[in-house]
Write a protein that binds this ligand. Structure first.
Ligand SMILES: Cc1cc2nc3c(=O)[nH]c(=O)nc-3n(C[C@H](O)[C@H](O)[C@H](O)COP(=O)(O)OP(=O)(O)OC[C@H]3O[C@@H](n4cnc5c(N)ncnc54)[C@H](O)[C@@H]3O)c2cc1C
Ligand SMILES: *[C@@H]1O[C@H](CO)[C@@H](O)[C@H](O)[C@H]1NC(C)=O
Ligand SMILES: *[C@@H]1O[C@H](CO)[C@@H](O)[C@H](O)[C@H]1NC(C)=O
Ligand SMILES: *[C@@H]1O[C@H](CO)[C@@H](O)[C@H](O)[C@H]1NC(C)=O
Ligand SMILES: *[C@@H]1O[C@H](CO)[C@@H](O)[C@H](O)[C@H]1NC(C)=O
Ligand SMILES: *[C@@H]1O[C@H](CO)[C@@H](O)[C@H](O)[C@H]1NC(C)=O
Ligand SMILES: *[C@@H]1O[C@H](CO)[C@@H](O)[C@H](O)[C@H]1NC(C)=O
Ligand SMILES: *[C@@H]1O[C@H](CO)[C@@H](O)[C@H](O)[C@H]1NC(C)=O
Ligand SMILES: *[C@@H]1O[C@H](CO)[C@@H](O)[C@H](O)[C@H]1NC(C)=O
Ligand SMILES: *[C@@H]1O[C@H](CO)[C@@H](O)[C@H](O)[C@H]1NC(C)=O
Ligand SMILES: *[C@@H]1O[C@H](CO)[C@@H](O)[C@H](O)[C@H]1NC(C)=O
Ligand SMILES: *[C@@H]1O[C@H](CO)[C@@H](O)[C@H](O)[C@H]1NC(C)=O
Length: 540
């Protein structure tokens, strides 16, 4: 492939025409817009790359399958879920440019989707008439081993990125998320992380350039967008600032052999002591080791009893022999044995983390449909900054057993994460954080009652955890999008609503994001339920 040159496509700056303003946000906007909007799209795209094959209206037989193809939360796959009036499956940068220009002309809400893994469906659902700019066709990956870099387009999945790197080198990798179907566009723009975080930091700590289309339809690279905007789209969420076309990654070194393990201990097997010890070990141990802790509720050995199970899932950038001796010294309570360890390649370790048998051919990573069943789900997050006492854990176990159908994932920080200043990227949760906590509820039945029940469980557990987690603000991870933290209606003054969730996700970096947003998109075209707000427009 040839990567798009920022200079190759140039569109004139299109004035924001206040046409149809009275019907904006009403259902009729979709209908009255469809013809004129379609014409506008055609008018504004590069004739040598026709846009019509990329446009799906509800009349098209493939419309539903295109829409469903990247739905990753069944809560947003129901008959009452608001559907877009159009999907543009961009095949070329000029299609993105035309979408941005024409959506402003006709005051239409645009949602940008890459891998569709947003936990709240924000990339493909809206409360107002909207269309989707779908990026899945733009997924070229170019790996340059000599320079240890790779250009990856936003519509690529992490599995494709990892496969593409490993296809060229056995000693290179990239420190991003563990689920292979997650999209580059949302994951990296939102500050995604994975199991090499303690060694190399976040994905965005290893991004060296980007290409994006801004509100004026200009195709920009790092140099032409400037350091502020580049900073914003490496952790502040792309969807507030523009459409990211591609990121240039700095590859990292991985050993030819890595070691993974998963061992579980219930309360009956001393899990309380082991978890208590984990929280002192996991954030301070060798940066080559990442030990995730998953807590769930399972049957006890006595009939009719419940217990908590602690599962330790680890990635070690080294061999099993040194891992076992490291853990026997630093974390003897875990009782790790050589036989618990699996040595494999870095690429195959991705299979292990996503519960695919590691003997499966690695081409499974190119599969864009998740291997596991897609569920109904809800996620929330928190940050823990002081160790929890054994008494504290005992209370948590009781609450978990009472609620039963939720689980926790603890992801240890420290290492490289604590060395990078909290202002380096919009992601602010660096030194001082022991681990990030994710709350999960997964279920299989549709219906509002069931949905409310499970969402309520995560809220109750989140409430219970208040004394143990960060406060003022109570911090949350932007990529674990949680609309419970507040919704922006993006009225004339979007700032007060935006500040509520904005400070939880970005802390002191929020204000810088708002300033950049106000400068690059003063009319708040790039908006969604939790986008970065603009400062009040002093002119109006
Ligand atoms: C199964 C699963 C596993 C996960 N594992 C991890 C993990 O290990 N680590 C981690 O950090 N996170 C993880 N996440 C969260 C994930 O990183 C975020 O949901 C991420 O934003 C998804 O990116 P996407 O492109 O797939 O999603 P999308 O839903 O397509 O997009 C997410 C957000 O980014 C915006 N966006 C998407 N593409 C672009 C673009 N090209 N330009 C501008 N804005 C864009 C969307 O509008 C939306 O606001 C996981 C999520 C799931 C469902
Ligand atoms: C516009 O909408 C009308 C009514 O919904 C529909 O019949 C028509 O086919 C649409 N036009 C295009 C070009 O999609
Ligand atoms: C498309 O371009 C033609 C000719 O340039 C113009 O007459 C027409 O108004 C344009 N239509 C839209 C919807 O922009
Ligand atoms: C819409 O559907 C028709 C037939 O159902 C198909 O031929 C056409 O290519 C589709 N449009 C797009 C943009 O794919
Ligand atoms: C979403 O719903 C449609 C229509 O009911 C169905 O065909 C599709 O399989 C569903 N998607 C998933 C991932 O279950
Ligand atoms: C490294 O990148 C530079 C700049 O893109 C390029 O000129 C050079 O050829 C690359 N080096 C190698 C060894 O490919
Ligand atoms: C790289 O990918 C190509 C095409 O999928 C495949 O034929 C080749 O065997 C792969 N090479 C390696 C080293 O994995
Ligand atoms: C639990 O801890 C006690 C006391 O340290 C020990 O005697 C016992 O063997 C442990 N049980 C397990 C299953 O490890
Ligand atoms: C549990 O119950 C089953 C049948 O109800 C019984 O066969 C089994 O022996 C019981 N186990 C214990 C440990 O009590
Ligand atoms: C747990 O125990 C209940 C009965 O108490 C039983 O119905 C269920 O199948 C058990 N679950 C598992 C995973 O064994
Ligand atoms: C993985 O697959 C291999 C080959 O099919 C099989 O022998 C092995 O038992 C599987 N491992 C697991 C954990 O399922
Ligand atoms: C969920 O919680 C809300 C508010 O506390 C309550 O009104 C509702 O009845 C609960 N729903 C379910 C199904 O538990």
């Amino acid at each position: 492939m040839e990567l798009l040159s920022p200079r190759r496509i140039q569109l004139s700056i299109f004035p924001i025409v206040v046409l149809l303003s009275t019907i904006a946000w009403s259902a009729s906007a979709a209908n009255s817009a469809n013809n004129t909007f379609l014409h506008c799209l055609i008018n504004h795209s590069d004739p040598s790359h026709p846009i019509t094959p990329a446009i799906f209206t509800p009349n098209n037989a493939s419309f539903s399958s295109v829409l469903d193809a990247y739905v990753r939360n069944l809560r947003f796959n129901t008959s009452t879920t608001r559907k877009p009036f159009l999907i543009i499956t961009a095949l070329h940068a000029s299609h993105i440019q035309a979408s941005i220009i024409c959506a402003q002309t006709y005051k239409l809400q645009m949602k940008i989707r890459s891998g569709g893994h947003n936990y709240e469906g924000v990339s493909y659902v809206a409360e107002v008439p909207f269309f989707i700019l779908d990026m899945f066709n733009l997924r070229t990956i170019e790996v340059d081993i000599a320079n240890e870099t790779a250009w990856v387009e936003a519509g690529a999945t992490l599995g494709e990125v990892y496969y593409g790197i490993a296809n060229k080198s056995k000693i290179h990798g990239f420190p991003a998320g563990v689920c292979p179907t997650v999209g580059v566009g949302g994951h990296i723009s939102g500050g995604g992380y994975g199991n090499m975080m303690r060694k190399y930091g976040l994905s965005v700590d290893n991004v060296v350039d980007a290409q994006m289309v801004d509100v004026q339809g200009r195709l920009l690279d790092r140099k032409s967008m400037g350091e502020d905007l580049f900073w914003a789209i490496t952790g502040g969420g792309g969807s507030s600032f523009g459409v990211v076309l591609a990121y240039k990654l700095k590859l990292v070194r991985v050993p030819e052999i890595v070691t993974v393990f998963q061992v579980s201990r219930t309360l009956e097997q001393n899990a309380t002591d082991i978890v208590y010890s984990w929280q002192h070990v996991a954030p301070t141990i060798d940066n080559n080791l990442f030990i995730r802790l998953i807590l769930d509720v399972v049957n006890g050995t006595q009939n009719g009893t419940k217990t908590v199970r602690a599962s330790f899932v680890a990635q070690y950038l080294g061999d099993s022999k040194s891992l076992v001796s490291l853990l026997n010294e630093k974390f003897p309570l875990l009782g790790l044995k050589q036989s618990d360890c699996i040595e494999t390649s870095w690429l195959r370790s991705v299979l292990f983390w996503t519960n695919i048998n590691i003997t499966t051919p690695v081409e499974v990573l190119l599969d864009r449909q998740p291997q596991s069943h897609v569920n109904f789900l809800k996620r929330k997050s928190d940050y823990v900054q002081k160790p929890i006492s054994k008494e504290g854990f005992k209370g948590i176990w009781e609450k978990m057993i009472e609620l039963e159908d939720t689980l926790f994932q603890f992801n240890p920080y420290g290492g490289r994460m604590a060395e990078i200043p909290s202002t380096e990227k919009p992601f602010p949760h660096r030194a001082g954080n022991l681990w990030k906590l994710q709350y999960q509820a997964n279920w299989n039945q549709p219906g509002k009652e069931v949905t409310d029940h499970y969402i309520n469980l995560t809220r109750k557990l989140h409430k219970y955890m208040t004394p143990f987690v960060s406060k003022n603000p109570r911090e949350a991870f932007y990529n674990y999008q949680d609309l419970d933290l507040g919704i922006n209606h993006n009225g004339k003054n979007s700032y007060p609503e935006g500040r509520v969730y904005g400070e939880e996700y970005f802390k002191d970096n929020f204000n810088r994001l708002v300033e950049i947003k106000t400068k690059v998109d003063p009319d708040n075209f790039f908006r969604n339920e939790q986008s970065i707000p603009t400062l009040p427009n002093l002119k109006s």
